[in-house]
Design a protein around this ligand. Structure first.
Ligand code: GLA
Length: 404
C-alpha cells in the first residue's frame, strides 16, 4: 500500500516535471488560461479565505462582512494568504420583474456591488453563494433557469468566487448543471473561482477538474471531533472521507473537505491544531469559518501558522495521505516541491502516544541526512538520519517538514 502510494507519487513526479514546470513557468509569465489543463487556470494553489456560513449561518449582514474584511487585514490574515471573503447563503432578496437578483434590502441595504467594492478596497477578493436549484438550501432564490443572467449580475458586482450549492435540484444532472454555470461565468470574461458544492454525491472528483476549481467531497462539517450529526460530520470523520481521494487533487482543482471550524468553540485548541494540520496535509482549501473580527490569541496562532500554511500552499500541489496506522496512531505524508516531505504524526487516542516515522515511510533512503523542522514549535531540530520521533498529546499532532 505504502509502496503503491510512492510508486504513484513518483510517477506523478516523473511525468510532472514537464507539466508542473511548464505550469509554473507559465504562471511567472502570465496566468495559464488554458481550459484543457484545468477549468480556468485559477487556484493553482488551494484557495484561501473566509466564508460566513460556519459561524453566522443565515444571520449574515453587510456590517458583519465589512468587519470581517477589516479583521482580515488588521489580524494579518490577508498577508498570510487568506484572500477571498465569501458571503454564503441568505444574502439574497427577490428577483426583479426582469428576473435580476438583488440583495436582501434589510441585511444588505448598500447592495452587493458596494460590498464587493469595500472588500476590494481592503485588497481582498469577493465571493458569493448560489445554488443549482430553484431555491438555495436556505430557501432563497437559486440560479436554475437564470444561470447566464446571474453570471452577468455577479460580474457587474465584481464577484471573484462563486460557491454553487446543490439543494432543490430534483433530477438535474450535476455535471451538466455545474458545466452550465461554469460556461456562464466564463462568458462574462471575469476570473471567477468556482466552488462545486454537491457534497460528493455525484463523484465530482471524476468530472470537476474541467469545470470548477474545488469540489466538496462530503456533507457539511460541524464543530465536533468525530461522528455524524444529521447531515453533518465531525472533523475527523470528514478527514477520513476526504483522504482516499488524494489522487484527484492538483493545481487548479482541489478536493474540498469543507470550511474550517477553527475558533468556533466546539473543540479544544489541540483539536483545532489537528484539524488545521490535516487540512494543510490534504492540500485543502483553507477557508476560515470563524468570527475574524473577534478571534482569541490561540485561534490566531493556528490560522496564522505560516509554516503549516506553506505546506498547504506548496506549489507541487500533491494531496498528502495516510501511510501508516496502528490503532490510534497514524502517520500522514505530503510530498513537497524540491523533494521535501511534510509529515504528520497523529494521535487520535485519549492518552499521550509516542510515534516514530522512518525515512522509508517517507520514500527516502534510510541513510539520507535530512533537516527536520517542527512546524508547531517553529523550531529547527537539526539534521537527522533514518527516523524522527515525537510524543504526541491526546487528539494532537506533531508536524514536521523534512528536507533531504
Ligand atoms: C449547504 C452547504 C453549506 C452551506 C449551506 C447554506 O448545506 O453544504 O456549506 O452553504 O448549504 O444553506
Amino acid at each position: 500500500m505504502i509502496m503503491r502510494f510512492f510508486a504513484i507519487a513518483a510517477a506523478l513526479l516523473l511525468c510532472a516535471p514537464a507539466t508542473a514546470q511548464e505550469a509554473i513557468d507559465q504562471n511567472t509569465l502570465a496566468p495559464s488560461k488554458d481550459p484543457t489543463r484545468t477549468a480556468n487556470g485559477l487556484a493553482q494553489t488551494p484557495p484561501m479565505g473566509w466564508n460566513s456560513w460556519n459561524k453566522f449561518n443565515c444571520k449574515i449582514d453587510e456590517k458583519t462582512v465589512r468587519a470581517v474584511a477589516d479583521g482580515m487585514v488588521s489580524t494579518g490574515m490577508k498577508d498570510a494568504g487568506y484572500t477571498y471573503v465569501v458571503v454564503d447563503d441568505c444574502w439574497h432578496g427577490q428577483r426583479d420583474k426582469d428576473g435580476f437578483i438583488g440583495a436582501d434590502p434589510a441585511r444588505f441595504p448598500s447592495g452587493m456591488k458596494a460590498l464587493a467594492d469595500y472588500v476590494h478596497s481592503r485588497g481582498l477578493k469577493f465571493g458569493i453563494y448560489s445554488d443549482a436549484g430553484r431555491k438555495t438550501c436556505g430557501g432563497r432564490p437559486g440560479s436554475q433557469g437564470h444561470e447566464y443572467q446571474d453570471a452577468i449580475t455577479y460580474a457587474r458586482w465584481g464577484v471573484d468566487y462563486l460557491k454553487y450549492d446543490w439543494c432543490n435540484t430534483g433530477t438535474r444532472n450535476a455535471e451538466e448543471a455545474y458545466a452550465l454555470i461554469a460556461d456562464a461565468l466564463r462568458a462574462t470574461g471575469r476570473d471567477v473561482v468556482l466552488s462545486i458544492c454537491e457534497w460528493g454525491n455525484n463523484r465530482p472528483w471524476d468530472w470537476g477538474k474541467k469545470i470548477g476549481n474545488l469540489w466538496r467531497t462530503t456533507g457539511d462539517i460541524t464543530d465536533k471531533w468525530v461522528g455524524k450529526y444529521n447531515y453533518s460530520w465531525g472533523v475527523m470523520s470528514i478527514a477520513d472521507m476526504n483522504e482516499p481521494l488524494w489522487p484527484h487533487a492538483g493545481p487548479g482543482h482541489w478536493n474540498d473537505p469543507d470550511m474550517l471550524e477553527v475558533g468556533n468553540g466546539g473543540l479544544t485548541d489541540t483539536e483545532y491544531r489537528t484539524h488545521f494540520s490535516l487540512w494543510a496535509m490534504m492540500a485543502a482549501p483553507l477557508i476560515a469559518g470563524n468570527d475574524i473580527a473577534a478571534m482569541d490569541d490561540a485561534t490566531r496562532a493556528i490560522l496564522l501558522n505560516h509554516d503549516v500554511i506553506a505546506i498547504d500552499q506548496d506549489r507541487l500541489g500533491v494531496q498528502g495521505r495516510r501511510v501508516w496506522k496502528d490503532g490510534d496512531r497514524e502517520i500522514w505524508v505530503k510530498p513537497l516541491a524540491g523533494g521535501a516531505r511534510a509529515v504528520l504524526l497523529l494521535n487520535r487516542g485519549e492518552a499521550p502516544a509516542t510515534i516514530t516515522t522512518t525515512w522509508d515511510q517517507l520514500g527516502l533512503p534510510d541513510r539520507l541526512g535530512a533537516s527536520v523542522r517542527d512546524l508547531w514549535a517553529h523550531r529547527d531540530l537539526g539534521r537527522k538520519r533514518g527516523s524522527a520521533v515525537a510524543t504526541v498529546a491526546p487528539h494532537g499532532v506533531a508536524m514536521f517538514r523534512i528536507q533531504p
